[in-house]
Design a protein around this ligand. Structure first.
Ligand SMILES: *[C@@H]1O[C@H](CO)[C@@H](O)[C@H](O)[C@H]1NC(C)=O
Ligand SMILES: *[C@@H]1O[C@H](CO)[C@@H](O)[C@H](O)[C@H]1NC(C)=O
Ligand SMILES: *[C@@H]1O[C@H](CO)[C@@H](O)[C@H](O)[C@H]1NC(C)=O
Ligand SMILES: *[C@@H]1O[C@H](CO)[C@@H](O)[C@H](O)[C@H]1NC(C)=O
Ligand SMILES: *[C@@H]1O[C@H](CO)[C@@H](O)[C@H](O)[C@H]1NC(C)=O
Ligand SMILES: *[C@@H]1O[C@H](CO)[C@@H](O)[C@H](O)[C@H]1NC(C)=O
Ligand SMILES: *[C@@H]1O[C@H](CO)[C@@H](O)[C@H](O)[C@H]1NC(C)=O
Length: 869
């Protein structure tokens, strides 16, 4: 995090002149949407809003503004710490990274990353991992967990943070996100889905004093059908918090984009919780409040004064209320949303206080490290929160392992195999498993990418540990160059470990500033060369890839000695035993690719490459629209190396007896939305200035962000309220609450969107000779209409239990109204584009291996169909 300060400082110093702001391409506009909708109108939340608004009505101005922002970067034990309102019983709230476990602590679990979870295609595991993560955050005293990440969606194969999410498909990402939210919140932790929205590359993401952050320019339909979809599902699951992205959309910074926050998130999706900024993403005070931001994190101003301690909110928010610029109901709504989430998760009942410190590993240290001169005390209490979470972590790591190739059934390995193992990725980082802050290096076994989405490893069960524990007969060559002394024998099986890494932009690893800018989609550390050299000397080679996303395999894929290829993704701490269980055949592999693996980077459309330096605001126009990942490959008729959803097993499965049953009859438009329920009544009267006065004799900590004002300042602000100079409100500004758009009506949108239109069941039979789990993937093919739609789109999936040879299981899948709809930009609603048309409902185990087709017109299902792609 210190790097944030240095970063902002250096960009401030380096930028001599204020640069011109590049024009957003014609046609992309960020329309105004005001006012920010009051929360509380959804019945699931009404009791929490009742409690919260009662409390808010008893709070002073300074208490309220204290809860809407952090007390400053490095000014508390957590990565974000709000102010408190102790008088009414509300403590400082602790916010902590990250999506795969508690960051910067000890006695925690380093869970497999999101991309690994996506590869399991296992809803039950998605939820159980969420529960375990929730228990660890709760155990450490974290109120607000900064995960899951459902954006980046993985539009750009080189994007640095794709691995934090669940894969390059909105529905896979949505299940991963929503089930994580449900798991995490089931134990009382507030989950945060992030980063809203279109945060698809790392470089140029942040606003600095001299350069605006990158603008993602995308049309309304693409927004709804791809990038917003997982957020809608997270909101539908009752997520308590949403984090706003650094970048702009259509030229307007997400942190103050009223159309995005007020319009889409709070009104259309009916989001009831609170909206926080990403760290230092807030770039204005009054404007961001009016646009719907509810919490500023970590509280400071994003540019140089961050080192001095200054805020757009806190004391400035108090001032903006007293001078009448921000309406009182806007503040009351923000605080009520924050407290409603707190009550909704039951955090008023015996919730633990933070017992760790993100800033140090020592037992004692400064309480406010950012203050330089700070009182000291106990900061780390080393509370063990691991319980038996290693088990679910190992299960995820194991069931994510994706077998791409297995020529001659070289896998599973016979117990007596003699192995020659190559590649530094097979063993722990010799410098120490946590030797690089935020895992900002790629040395030793790659269990996760780098950045704020990382966690410290309590231990690393490396592949070599796994081979040892198995009593395997092996020799390990801990090098990424082929050694001359490996003494190949015809009985040897060679296992080669290779990696590809990426992460968050504030750390550059081997010339990759977060995104894979210089490694491209290649393996790191000359992995191609190592495999080629091993292949020249050995006849049986197994390649194990730990990777953040797609990599190019074509330098060696077809070499005759390369018999098997496994993607073990990012397994977290459980890299070893999970892999052994698959390699030695205790279980059959059951992971499937959560993205497409191409043959060449040229196979993608140009518009998904990284945006380089541009004078002014970098513009990133999503001209490919709906066509990312497999949707693009299908449309362009390009055969990838491995298709989205691909994954082999040690056994075979057949899919049969598919049955499609109509449930809810559809019309071309959904039924009228329900009206909003009642929301709390807020006073519009500006409170007395005295509510913001500093208390007498208060001993202030330097750089700490407080919500009080000097008496004279508060009095002057109150006077300004009656002056004729008014805040220059943006075009379209209004403070009259609206009924909300027709696409809304409940959390996630119009509840009718989630009506089940069709139930689909399919019988999966294990036709091979080993036990294994199968994944049934369901894709829809829209009938012809005036809407251009991707050839196939994933809509649901299910995984079987471990099926013995010959055993069968019937899986239940479903299609909702939304699944069969397109977003109509004209009517601003989800519509069925061709009501009488025949939807193809395709079932199989990969996007390119769909052989069973059900049709909605005849409601029949037929097997042995030729693949559409
Ligand atoms: C961006 O601009 C496009 C084209 O005008 C529009 O359809 C879309 O709604 C805008 N999105 C946002 C979030 O402003
Ligand atoms: C704001 O929060 C800080 C930190 O918890 C606390 O010291 C201060 O008293 C709070 N201010 C108010 C008005 O309660
Ligand atoms: C009120 O205070 C806010 C916060 O300092 C400031 O941005 C705004 O311009 C002020 N408005 C008026 C009318 O003085
Ligand atoms: C391993 O055992 C199998 C059968 O038990 C045998 O056929 C094979 O030759 C053995 N392999 C080695 C390398 O000893
Ligand atoms: C390979 O394994 C077989 C069966 O165990 C054994 O008879 C043979 O000697 C081994 N060959 C070498 C070169 O080690
Ligand atoms: C699965 O079936 C295919 C086609 O019959 C066959 O080639 C393959 O070897 C089988 N795989 C396994 C693991 O049984
Ligand atoms: C503040 O400090 C002054 C001087 O020490 C003392 O006279 C006064 O009583 C204190 N006020 C409060 C409210 O503690």
């Amino acid at each position: 995090m210190l790097s944030f300060i240095l970063l902002s400082l250096s960009s401030y110093v380096a930028g001599a002149a204020i640069e011109r702001r590049d024009a957003v391409p014609a046609g992309y506009v960020a329309p105004p949407y005001y006012p920010s909708p009051h929360g509380g109108w959804v019945s699931d939340w009404s009791e929490s809003f009742r409690k919260a608004s009662l409390l808010v009505s008893r709070m002073t101005l300074a208490e309220k503004t204290n809860l809407t922002a952090g007390s400053g970067i490095f000014m508390g034990r957590c990565v974000g710490n709000t102010g408190s309102a102790e008088r009414v019983g509300i403590p400082q709230l602790c916010l902590q990274d990250g999506p795969l476990g508690v960051r910067n602590t000890d006695h925690n679990t380093a869970f497999p990353a999101g991309i690994t979870v996506g590869a399991t295609f296992d809803k039950d595991l998605m939820r159980r991992r969420g529960v375990a993560i929730g228990e660890e955050f709760r155990g450490k005293g974290v109120n607000i967990h900064l995960g899951p990440s459902v954006g980046a969606l993985g539009r750009k194969p080189r994007g640095g943070r794709n691995w934090e999410g669940f894969g390059s498909d909105p529905v896979l990402q949505a299940f991963g996100g929503a089930l994580s939210v449900e798991g995490i919140q089931s134990v009382g932790v507030i989950a945060t889905i992030k980063h809203l929205i279109a945060n698809e590359q790392e470089m140029y993401r942040m606003y600095s004093a001299v350069k605006p952050g990158i603008s993602s320019n995308l049309d309304d339909r693409t927004l709804h059908e791809l990038y917003l979809w997982p957020f809608a599902e997270g909101v539908r699951s009752g997520v308590g918090s949403v984090m706003i992205a650094y970048n702009a959309v259509n030229g307007s910074a997400c942190s103050q984009n009223s159309y995005l926050i007020n319009g889409i998130l709070k009104d259309e999706l009916g989001f009831q919780g609170f909206v926080m900024s990403d760290w230092l993403a807030q770039i204005s005070g009054v404007a961001s409040a009016l646009a719907g931001l509810d919490m500023s994190m970590p509280g400071d101003i994003h540019t140089v004064p961050v080192v001095l301690g200054s805020s757009y909110w806190m004391y400035e928010y108090s001032r903006a209320i007293l001078n009448g610029s921000i309406p009182v109901d806007r503040l009351d709504d923000s605080v009520t949303r924050i407290l409603a989430a707190y009550f909704q998760m039951g955090q008023d009942q015996n919730y633990p206080r933070p017992n760790f410190d993100t800033n140090t590993q020592n037992a004692e240290g400064p309480l406010y490290p950012g203050a330089l001169i700070s009182p000291s005390g106990v900061v780390n209490e080393f509370v063990n929160v691991q319980a038996n979470h290693a088990e679910v972590a190992r299960e995820v790591a194991r069931d994510a392992i994706t077998l791409l190739k297995n020529t001659g059934n070289v896998l599973p390995l016979p117990r007596n195999s003699t192995l020659k193992i190559f590649g530094t990725d097979a063993e722990k980082n010799p410098d120490g498993i946590n030797s690089c802050a935020d895992q900002g290096c790629n040395k030793g076994t790659l269990g996760m990418g780098w950045g704020s989405g990382s966690a410290r490893y309590p231990y690393m069960d490396s592949p070599i540990d796994g081979f040892k524990a198995r009593g395997a007969s092996y020799q390990f060559f801990n090098t990424d160059s082929f050694p001359s002394n490996s003494n190949p024998s015809p009985n040897d099986t060679a296992v080669v470990f290779v990696t590809a890494d990426s992460g968050e932009n504030y750390i550059t690893v081997e010339n990759n500033p977060g995104d894979r800018t210089s490694s491209n989609l290649n393996l790191w550390h000359n992995g191609d060369r190592l495999i080629q050299d091993v292949a020249a000397k050995y006849t049986n080679i197994i390649v194990v890839v730990h990777t953040v996303g797609p990599v190019l395999l074509d330098g060696w894929h077809d070499l005759p000695s390369v018999k098997a290829i496994l993607f073990a993704h990012l397994p977290g701490q459980e890299a070893g035993a999970s892999l052994m269980e698959v390699l030695y055949g205790d279980v059959s592999p059951s992971g499937h690719l959560p993205y497409t693996v191409p043959k060449s980077e040229d196979d993608y459309s140009d518009s998904v490459s990284l945006v380089g330096y541009q004078i002014g605001q970098p513009q990133d126009t999503f001209s490919e629209g709906l066509y990312i990942d497999y949707r693009h490959f299908h449309k362009a008729n390009i055969k990838p190396r491995y298709a989205f959803g691909h994954g082999l097993s040690y056994t075979n499965f057949s899919f049969s007896n598919a049955v499609l049953t109509g449930v809810t009859p559809l019309r071309s438009t959904p039924p009228t939305r329900p009206a909003k329920g009642a929301t709390p009544a807020y006073s519009t009267a500006i409170p007395p200035a005295s509510e913001a006065y500093w208390p007498e004799n208060f001993s202030r900590i330097w750089r700490y962000l407080y919500s009080w004002l000097e008496k004279a300042d508060a009095d002057n602000a109150a006077k300004a309220a009656s002056s004729t100079t008014k805040y220059p409100y943006p075009a379209g500004y209004s403070n009259v609450q609206k009924p909300g758009p027709s696409a809304g009506g409940a959390q996630g949108g119009n509840p009718a969107l989630f009506d089940v239109a069709y139930d689909v069941s399919v019988t999966v039979t294990n036709t091979g000779s080993r036990a294994g789990k199968a994944v049934a993937q369901l894709y829809v093919q829209f009938p012809t209409s005036s809407f251009d739609t991707p050839i196939l789109q994933l809509r649901d999936f299910e995984k079987t239990s471990n099926l013995a040879p010959g055993a069968s299981e019937t899986l239940k899948l479903r299609l909702t109204r939304k699944d069969l709809s397109v977003w109509d930009v004209v009517s601003q609603n989800w519509i069925i584009p061709n009501l009488g048309g025949d939807y193809g409902v395709w079932i199989g185990d990969s996007s390119d291996n769909l052989r069973l087709r059900c049709g909605t017109a005849a409601r029949t299902c037929v097997g042995n169909q030729p693949s559409l792609v």
